[in-house]
Design a protein around this ligand. Sequence first.
Ligand code: DHB
Length: 373
Amino acid sequence: MADQKISLQTTVGGIALGCCIYNASGPRTAIAEQLRAIGRTEAGAVLSKSATPEPRAGNGSPRYKEVMLGDGSTGSINSEGLPNKGIDYYISEATVDMITKGMSTPKPYFISLSGLSLEDNLKMYQKLENASDKIKAVELNLACPNVPGKPIMAYDFDELDRVLTAFTKSPAFQIRPLGVKLPPYFDMPHFEKVASILNKYPIKFVVCTNTIGNGLIVDPVKEEALIAPKGGFGGLAGIFVKQTALANVRKFSSLLNDSIDVVGAGGVNSGIDAFELILCGAKAVQVGTAHRKEGPVCFNRISSELRQIMAQKGYSSIEEFRGKLNAPGKGRKDQSPIKLSTKKKNDSVISLIPFPYIVIAVLLLIIAILILK
Ligand code: DHB
């Protein structure tokens, strides 16, 4: 199947995305220039850094570290403590214009909110009532593990209920779709309890999942923790969270009302990772650690890899395989191993330079060599 025939289109909370791959809130999302750079790639949406009512410097350094595993996969630990420029910056006309006017194709801009209390979150949400209509959805992050002294909100089920009651009653709720970013859950009664709370409210999507909170990575040579804040405790991401993300997407896809979309996040570094999350039910897939490591070109690479996989498997849209994970022995028997041809990082940089300029540069070089002879 030719690549052009393959569509990565989807919807999240009723908002159309030209591509089901976009950024997670966090890495490279703090300033308008970084958000604009995402908008210039194939990413299907642009999501801001989680905002607080006022700007924050965040925790002390080192507050982010990557570790490479033997198989070349990357895990990470972070405890940045919500460094961000404050809600007014992310919803200002100047920021919205810079991001949306720089886009390669029109795509939605989403705002992430992560106040330290319900009052903080409601205060920011109220500001969104009269904000630009180019802001298409709100992702309420109830899963940040990294503010010293503050718990992960969505692990307190009564608090989750209170937050959703207050948010769905706010006049801002009428303006644009609301989604909730969840922490990972690990126990079946917890999945069921959380789903029963979420299903009471007309929210439009959930994001599964944030980092695995309060992990600890140790350097045995130096006999020290990798990061400084909170005694070395921080959110585990990248490869450390991938299987947990798959499980959370799968479980919430089966437990939530059909009106609530599930967006996958956690350990997406390749088209295969994205494919697996969609197979578990994700309508879209966010990329965090790989975006931080590789930069915004990761959205083009992962989208291209996902398209290649779909071509090999004969799928032309993600709905053809979304949520259709099989039990062992019940899957497809007609498939050979997945093959990906991925451009090297430098190739994709070169491919950003339009072809005619490369031809002109080569001709000028030949002329210069002839003259100098
Ligand atoms: C931070 C980490 C998170 O996992 C999150 O959801 C929000 C903020 C941080 O440390 O900045």
